[in-house]
Design a protein around this ligand. Structure first.
Ligand code: ZN
Length: 136
């Protein structure tokens, strides 16, 4: 059994952006020759998240619109007096910042429509996410 730690950079181009990172993870499994185990993806940020869902372009826009409707910008948040990004933190609080996914036959064992996304909530900027693989 191996334990592998890696890190990826991701560059967002908008304030809120949902970025598919599934191929980064599958490529890493292939490169490392890992066939079965678990992979953990962890965003070391308090205004970004990691989710699993479907990559359909209209649905991606629906996610963004719903985030904005549920947790609007500039809503008299106390934290906005400090650095004007309370909505980003609150959205991240509910989204969560990691996912753990089983590995089977050298690939992420996702459902047919599932993809893994890095969710930028206070871009644009360069971010990173950590990947830990426990497997063989
Ligand atoms: Zn802040």
């Amino acid at each position: 059994m191996d334990i592998i730690n890696d890190e990826f950079n991701v560059k967002s181009g908008k304030r809120v952006e949902i970025i598919d990172i599934t191929s980064n993870l599958n490529d890493l499994l292939k490169k490392q020759g890992i066939n079965q185990g678990l992979v953990n993806v962890f965003a070391r940020h308090s205004t970004a998240g990691i989710v699993i869902n479907e990559n359909e372009s209209r649905l991606i826009k629906d996610f963004q619109n719903t985030l904005e409707a549920l947790i609007p910008e500039n809503n008299n948040y106390g934290h906005d007096l400090i650095d004007n990004n309370a909505d980003s933190h609150i959205r991240a609080f509910f989204i969560g910042n990691s996912q753990t996914i089983p590995i089977k036959m050298g690939l992420l064992d996702l459902g047919t429509w599932q993809k893994v996304f890095f969710v930028e909530l206070d871009g644009p900027r360069t971010r990173s996410f950590a990947v830990t693989i426990i497997g063989k």
